[in-house]
Design a protein around this ligand. Structure first.
Ligand SMILES: Nc1nc2c(c(=O)[nH]1)N[C@@H](CN(C=O)c1ccc(C(=O)N[C@@H](CCC(=O)O)C(=O)O)cc1)CN2
Length: 297
């Protein structure tokens, strides 16, 4: 039976540990400030943004909540980004993804000042990550590195298989696990919808990161004994509950726990870490922009 990695607990310890860094900034009269921009009426996106706002309040980060009608012209979003870029009080800007289809996502990412891009999605920050000189590690993969560390799993020399090649998770995760640095040095395979015989790849893995967005697509038959399973999927499936749905991951938890040594649950695994690392990047951004050497956890 697998150990269940408690993402809520690790995320809480990161929020607690950010206190010293935030105090150091406050001593210099800097209140770290994050602007979240939501251009969507997707209920999941609304939930994530509201949780991010609550997290900011908990640790003492000022949160600015910008909402744009999803039917508004793209220029409304670009104008808002320009305004936030120019606002010296704003240290971090996060545009919640996905944006509506009529908005060019790449243009949005390029528009954000790379020094305020606390998602780490601007091409300049992606380039720095690939070069091994990350300014802001993207939140989900960074959080996964810390979960692996907390579980005592060192990727060095291990075979890591990532299922999903998204810009938010799959691609940056592959880079971080590959890098010649702590939390890296793995041999990495990135699988996707065109991969032949996915099960053969996942069975050969010591670490599986499931980030395909397909409910319970990876089950115990696709895993080897002793594997570490990181489930990034957060899928709302219809269920007879108060909310009318339940959250399930990309991994079939019950059968996977029979094989894994350690596994993240959904909810309460990777999701809280995504939010915690956003706070981390915002505090880091405030320090960099004000020349304050902050003691990051
Ligand atoms: N600009 C960005 N957009 C998106 C990102 C991102 O990193 N930056 N990632 C994903 C989703 N995401 C962040 O916004 C996210 C997903 C899940 C959670 C979370 O805390 N999940 C909870 C359950 C929440 C619930 O009840 O629904 C959990 O897993 O325990 C936070 C953030 C897409 N967009």
């Amino acid at each position: 039976m697998a150990d269940v990695i408690d993402g809520n607990a690790v995320a809480q310890s990161i929020r607690d540990d950010l206190g010293d860094a935030i105090d150091t900034l406050e001593d210099e009269r800097v209140t770290p400030t994050l602007a979240t921009v939501l251009m969507s009426d997707d209920p999941a996106s609304e939930t994530y943004v509201s949780m991010k706002q609550d997290d900011c309040a908990e640790v003492g980060i000022e949160a600015i909540d910008v909402e744009i009608d999803p039917d508004a012209p793209a220029d409304e979003l670009f104008d808002e980004i320009d305004r936030l870029n120019a606002d010296e009080n704003v240290n971090g800007i996060l545009v919640q993804m996905p944006v509506p289809d009529h908005v060019d996502k790449q243009a949005v990412l390029r528009r954000i000042d790379p020094e305020k891009d606390v998602d780490g999605f601007h091409p300049e920050n992606v380039g720095r990550l690939v070069a091994g000189d990350a300014r802001y590690k993207p939140c989900t993969p960074h959080g996964i590195q810390l979960l692996l560390d907390d579980a005592g799993v060192d990727p060095e020399g291990k075979d890591a298989v990532i299922v999903g090649r998204s810009d938010i998770v799959g691609k940056p995760m592959a880079n971080l696990l590959l890098q010649k640095a702590d939390g890296g040095n793995a041999t990495v395979t990135v699988c996707h919808s065109r991969t032949d015989d996915l099960a053969a790849k996942t069975r050969a893995a010591d670490i599986v990161v499931a980030a395909a967005g397909v409910p319970e697509m990876i089950d115990g038959d696709m895993l080897s004994e002793g594997v570490t399973v990181i489930d990034v999927g957060i899928n709302r499936v219809d269920a007879d509950t108060e909310k009318g749905y339940e959250l399930v991951g990309d991994v079939d938890f019950d059968s996977a726990t029979e094989k894994a040594t350690a596994i993240t649950p959904v909810p309460g695994g990777v999701g809280p870490m995504t939010r915690a690392m956003l706070l981390y990047n915002t505090v880091k951004a405030a320090g960099l922009q004000h020349g304050v050497d902050v003691p990051l956890p």
